[in-house]
Design a protein around this ligand. Structure first.
Ligand SMILES: NC(=O)c1ccc[n+]([C@@H]2O[C@H](COP(=O)([O-])OP(=O)(O)OC[C@H]3O[C@@H](n4cnc5c(N)ncnc54)[C@H](O)[C@@H]3O)[C@@H](O)[C@H]2O)c1
Ligand SMILES: O=P(O)(O)OC[C@@H](O)[C@@H](O)[C@H](O)[C@H](O)CO
Length: 488
């Protein structure tokens, strides 16, 4: 079978308006798709140069396909099951700056550039004091962007019309502000001129943004079947849901330059994205993180399987409605309506969203997505939210790394994995040893942002759940908390 390439589809010939740091599944199924849709409607007329932000990545595979790949959107659309497949043709070329630093810096000198997009995961927007300036390539993404912008500033002699709109998509709070703060630190560290800082501040725009689309990625299990239907080989096809939301803090002028919403795309330019972010992180991502250990330990593998399980679904609905929503400072009926859409998205029968991919770095995800709600609930009511406490216990149990006779492929910071391994060795089935394990884990300020053993009753409750999970199994332990609620 022939590989997807420009032999199959004519390549776009738009001018290069976008620099994109990152070539992962999410950007290809979201930003590159939106630009493709706008180009096809004659609204953007610009292409993307993809820059690989770390040494090893996918640019080589993209090059083999001339930057082309297939996006498969699956799910229920207006009440009907819809699977749409389209070839995305918005990437003009890729640059691997580790192999071709010159091409990377030459790109900075192209006058028609207007946007920088990025998604380098939560690990990408960082400042490292040991990062080097330009004799070699800076290691970090913000370091590379600083060097890139400096090159542009020098080349165009501080021309105020040559600044860029920089819109990061990383799922971290105030991503635009954090990226800019890193660049300012590099300017200081590398003693770059004050006039460059002035150009950075006045010619460029850093916009915080929030993205939402479930992107399970490459359809490993169905790839052969799909390629047969497509009639070509595509090593970069990517599966996503139809639903999409992009909220960008930006004004009407910026919206006019990126007119995605003019053709019905759900891309909003707003003054403040905090309400959108808060509800998404705590309702959608928080639910994913809370349900993953429970469902996986019950023998389930995907979000759809989990949500179809009556007990898990009941657990999740109670957790969101009784613990999460009342802890959020926004209109409660709006939050309930949003929850309905999230639960429908979780039920998407076409997406095989693997629990183990959500489980990656679960400790830090629990800390940012679920723990703030647990703490707010406690602060507000003086009581501990029982579903979130159970989810925390299931998380600690998950980090023992066993599902029956199977070993769980845990993927987290090595220090976290080592600690759990050590603590679980001390567990002997007694309540005292559960207490010992839980109090050591909850004392880790570095993981949770505070010493959680100080929360009255938390160690005791988590240890009791842990014992129940271990003795009776996760399903009965879950029944227990649902029954406690039923009898209340
Ligand atoms: N997959 C989804 O459903 C989804 C939805 C919304 C948001 N996201 C967010 O998008 C991020 C990327 O998801 P993905 O599915 O595209 O993953 P991916 O593994 O396909 O891509 C990861 C990208 O990040 C880059 N990267 C990784 N570590 C880096 C580092 N230390 N510095 C710089 N760049 C680095 C890689 O080069 C690659 O381009 C995730 O962190 C996730 O939070 C994912
Ligand atoms: O992508 P992660 O690993 O940060 O989190 C897992 C999921 O919660 C996440 O990918 C959601 O599906 C996504 O954020 C939906 O927009």
């Amino acid at each position: 079978m022939e590989r997807l390439s420009k032999q199959i589809v004519d390549k776009n010939s738009y001018s290069e308006k976008v620099v994109q740091f990152g070539e992962g599944n999410f950007l290809r199924a979201f930003v590159d798709w939106q630009i493709d849709v706008m180009n096809k409607a004659d609204l953007f007329n610009g292409s993307i140069v993809v820059v690989q932000p770390i040494e090893h990545g996918l640019t080589e595979l993209l090059d083999q396909q001339d930057g082309l790949y297939t996006l498969i959107l699956e799910g229920i659309k207006e009440g009907k099951a819809v699977r749409e497949k389209e070839i995305i043709n918005s990437i003009s070329r890729t640059i691997n700056p580790y192999q071709d630093k010159e091409a990377f810096f030459a790109l900075a000198k192209q006058p028609e550039l207007a946007f920088v997009f990025s998604n380098t995961t939560e690990a990408g927007i960082v400042f490292e004091e040991t990062d080097i300036q330009t004799d070699r390539l800076p290691r970090t993404f913000p370091g590379k962007l600083t060097a890139f912008l400096y090159e542009r500033y020098l080349h165009f002699h501080a021309d105020m019309t040559k600044g860029l709109a920089i819109i990061p998509c990383e799922l971290i709070d105030r991503n635009g502000d954090q990226l800019k703060a890193c660049i300012e630190k590099y300017i200081d560290l590398w003693a770059l001129p004050a006039a460059f800082l002035d150009w950075l501040n006045h010619a460029n725009q850093f916009c915080c943004s929030l993205v939402d689309r479930i992107v399970p990625g490459y359809p490993r299990d169905q790839a052969t079947k799909i390629e047969h239907e497509l009639g070509y080989h595509d090593q970069l096809m990517v599966v996503a849901e139809h639903y999409h939301l992009w909220v960008i803090e930006g004004d009407a002028e910026l919206a006019a330059k990126f007119p995605a919403n003019q053709i019905g795309l759900n891309t909003l330019f707003v003054e403040d994205l905090a309400p959108y972010r808060t509800r998404k992180v705590h309702i959608l991502n928080g639910s994913h993180t809370a349900l993953t250990p429970i469902a996986y330990l019950m023998g389930l593998n995907t979000v759809e399987e989990a949500i179809k399980n009556e007990k898990i679904s009941q657990f999740l609905k109670q957790m969101i409605n009784e613990e999460v929503i009342p802890s959020l400072p926004y209109d409660q009926s709006d939050l309930k309506a949003y929850t309905e859409t999230v639960l429908e998205r979780f039920e998407n029968p076409y997406l095989k969203h693997q629990l183990m991919s959500i489980a990656l770095n679960s400790v830090s995800k629990f800390a940012t997505r679920d723990l703030p709600i647990l703490l707010r609930y406690y602060e507000k009511t003086g009581a501990l939210p029982e579903k979130l406490v159970f989810a925390l216990a299931a998380l600690l149990y998950f980090y023992d790394g066993k599902r029956g006779n199977e070993t769980i492929a845990l993927n987290d910071d090595p220090e976290i994995l080592e600690r759990f391994q050590k603590w679980w060795k001390t567990y002997d089935g007694s309540l005292e040893s559960a207490h010992y394990l839980v109090s050591h884990a909850l004392r880790k300020t570095k993981w949770w942002g505070q010493d959680l053993t100080k929360l009255e009753g938390l160690v005791k409750q988590v240890a009791e759940h842990l014992m129940r999970i271990d003795t009776n199994g996760i399903a009965l332990a879950l029944d227990h908390i649902l029954e406690v609620k039923d009898h209340a």
